[in-house]
Design a protein around this ligand. Structure first.
Ligand SMILES: Cc1cc2nc3c(=O)[nH]c(=O)nc-3n(C[C@H](O)[C@H](O)[C@H](O)COP(=O)(O)OP(=O)(O)OC[C@H]3O[C@@H](n4cnc5c(N)ncnc54)[C@H](O)[C@@H]3O)c2cc1C
Length: 444
């Protein structure tokens, strides 16, 4: 490995989706504006490319968010995915989400907002919704479905393939990428970060970009920031909240005996079903496993050693503190419990004939991971100190390759992209903290 530089214009900390996409786009932006090049950017990661959530994410690329400003971010993200779909392992199979009547208004709003920003989706209600899902999956047990949104440009990507594809783009543009370099602290002088203290020496940096996934809470503390924040709401209310809350994801895989295909014999769209009034019942014992249904799944593709599907359900809240290392599949504390396998398989069987009795096909292996969520579960993409930018995606973001594209202009000294304004950290102080949504999911 090359010796670490003693100084750099830009130090990006974290080589996940956000760090890599930001470094690549920043290199292009510096070159485009004549302000520099990729040689001005270094990326540091304590482990390696994709060592955090980005390397183990389910890989779903979708735009099903009730927080409308996210729709524009996702439109840019799909542009990035489609810039080199082979290099990033992106499969543009579409995304279908299905709900009950209580979510029709939300779906109508999302559909309108998505299309307004050029993210094409179709909305189906009532019998049309049921007919639509059956036209794709003929064995879909669609009786409880009242509304369906079909995002045509969404899909899924291979997680490690995407990370390595982005890393290659960085290298192609002259960015220097150092793995095995852990940032242990920050030398803060006059309210600015002067240098990063790493396990391999000190690096003076003009601008620091934090893309730390679940580790952001630790670095927030290292920078001397408070563990709680006062959140103001539009109705005038003010509530003190934990700055970061960890959630544990529950995901897994199920083998299939026939290739997982749709009625057209194509790779099916990613599927998301939230039925807030439909319990999931264990088909063997008759026991209710949950009083509502929330599952998503997609072709297991490169993640699996033989045909199968990969998906998950709602994450579980851990709280403001969590053991971060070892991360993900390596951490005993955060593996999906047996309940998850029972629930996931039962829900799949309730929704499609092909999955009835699939519990024996659940792939028993280590899975899961954790993420750090913001006080309102909506990302923060903003300057948090005069020379420190933070990409904290609130665990929304394997799909959000477009954030790096939008952020590049701000980092290179240009104007802040208007799409990023809704993700400013001042929302908590200024009284426009995002509120609750009509879903059991924290991915709002
Ligand atoms: C199990 C799971 C499934 C998910 N599924 C999806 C999905 O289907 N779709 C989706 O859009 N999102 C999904 N997410 C969320 C998504 O993966 C994350 O939001 C996103 O990957 C975060 O990217 P990041 O670049 O911010 O962080 P990370 O990918 O976590 O990268 C942070 C990097 O920082 C490095 N690092 C940490 N500390 C230091 C240090 N001190 N010095 C140097 N480097 C350091 C780490 O090694 C790591 O590589 C999922 C998350 C999990 C956990």
């Amino acid at each position: 490995m090359d010796a670490l530089p003693q100084s750099t214009t830009y130090a990006v900390v974290g080589a996940g989706i956000h760090g890599l996409s930001t470094a690549w786009h920043l290199a292009m932006e510096l070159q485009r504006t004549g302000k520099g090049s990729g040689a001005d950017v270094v990326v540091l990661d304590k482990e390696g490319v994709g060592a955090g959530a980005s390397g183990i994410a389910c890989g779903c690329v979708r735009n099903l968010y009730m927080t409308e400003p996210l729709h524009a971010i996702l439109r840019h993200s799909v542009d990035v995915w489609m810039y080199d779909p082979v290099g990033f392992g992106f499969q543009q199979v579409g995304y279908v989400s299905a709900g009950e009547a209580n979510q029709i208004d939300d779906y109508q709003r999302m559909h309108k907002s998505q299309n307004a920003v050029g993210y094409h989706s179709d909305l189906y209600e009532g019998q049309q919704a049921r007919d639509f899902v059956k036209s794709i999956w003929p064995d879909f047990k669609a009786d409880g479905i009242d509304v369906v949104l079909h995002e045509k440009v969404s899909g899924y990507a291979g997680t490690m393939q995407a990370c390595h594809g982005l890393a290659q783009k960085c290298l192609d543009h002259g960015v220097r990428l150092y793995t095995g370099v852990e940032v242990l602290g920050y030398d803060v002088t006059g309210g600015q970060v002067e240098a990063l203290i790493t396990n391999r020496g000190r690096i003076q940096a003009d601008v620091v970009v934090l893309c730390l996934g679940a580790w952001i809470a630790k670095h927030w503390e290292m920078l001397g920031r408070d563990a709680s924040i006062s959140c103001g709401y539009a109705d005038g209310n003010r509530v003190d909240k934990d700055m970061w809350t960890f959630w544990r994801l529950k995901e897994g895989e199920v083998y299939v005996h026939q290739p997982y295909r749709d009625a057209r014999d194509l790779d099916p769209p990613v599927l998301h079903v939230e039925l807030m009034n439909t319990p999931v019942v264990d088909p063997d014992t008759g026991k209710e496993l949950a009083d509502h249904t929330y599952v998503y799944w997609k072709n297991g593709a490169e993640r699996m050693d033989r045909p199968g599907v990969q998906g998950g359900t709602l994450p579980a809240q851990i709280g403001p503190k969590a053991t971060l290392d070892p991360y993900g599949h390596f951490n005993d504390e955060y593996q999906a419990e047996a309940w998850f396998a029972d629930y996931f398989c039962a829900a799949l069987g309730q929704l499609m004939g092909r999955f009835e009795g699939c519990r024996g096909d659940f792939r028993e292996r280590r899975n899961g991971g954790i993420g750090a969520f913001t006080p309102d579960n909506v990302p923060i993409f903003d300057w948090i100190m005069p020379n420190v930018w933070m990409n904290a995606d609130s665990n929304h973001g394997f799909k959000m390759t477009g954030v790096g594209k939008l952020v590049a202009s701000s980092l290179a000294g240009g104007a802040k992209a208007s799409e990023l304004e809704p993700f400013a950290i001042k929302r908590f102080a200024d009284g426009w903290t995002y509120g609750a949504s009509n879903s059991h999911s924290p991915w709002v």
